[in-house]
Ligand binder design. Sequence first.
Ligand code: SAM
Length: 272
Amino acid sequence: MENERLEIHLLLEAIYLKYGYDFRRYAATHTKRRLEHRRKMADFSNFSQMQHRVIHDTDFFETLLLDLSINVTEMFRDPWFYKRVREVVFPYLKTYPFAKIWHAGCSAGQEVYSMGIFLEEEGMGDRVQIYATDFNELILQKAKDGIYSMDLIREYTANYQKAGGRRSFSDYYTADYESVIMKRSLKEKVLFSSHNLVTDGAFGEMNVIFCRNVLIYFNRELQDRVLTLFLDSLCPGGFLCLGSKESLKFSGVAHRLEIVSEREKIYRKKRV
Ligand SMILES: C[S@@+](CC[C@H](N)C(=O)[O-])C[C@H]1O[C@@H](n2cnc3c(N)ncnc32)[C@H](O)[C@@H]1O
């Protein structure tokens, strides 16, 4: 094994043994790029040196965890996706007196509040329980707080309108000088909790699972493990929504899902 690959292998092993976070089956190119970024920033000449710091300095590990988890997100990300969700997923949700939705890898919560807003507009706010999970506690706290920079609101408002929002986006938050805070009624509908898709188990009988822009960071074997976890967590006929660059094409579980909308990556668990 070439030295750098060996050092990365040992570093990921050390992170797993010391902190329990398992990045060993994340996509190798992504992991290497993120580790390289931190190595250069912290001025280490190789990954073995960085490993010593990771093991002995929890704060440094927390920084590295943020590097590896990639928390990029936005409200109504890919507005056309939300438009389609409204067309194909909501009619299904309306057939249930009570439904459960899981946002896995929810980052700072923008995806969760986007869905909460549309549920409210469809008059379904009280008939749905939303679960939102992420393995990064820091980012999960941001999701719970629901506070976003004012600078982002123009873009979020445009996305909301493109997605087919029916009111004024400002109905859903209270503005401060520099930030906005999401409406309490939206926050109250969500149960935020820590969940690691690599090491934790299935999550109840869900009607819809959103896991967008997360699988892209996993290798094929891990993607299949996580997709199986989703299938085990979905009720028959339940929907699975992935990110625009993610696909079931080469997955070993593709036969258990039917394609509802290829472009929007909306799938449905087959009824056996
Ligand atoms: C790029 S963000 C996507 C956020 C949102 N779903 C979206 O599409 O805008 C990826 C999120 O996945 C989370 N994540 C990465 N690995 C994870 C794991 N093993 N278990 C749970 N969440 C994970 C990261 O912490 C991050 O918040």
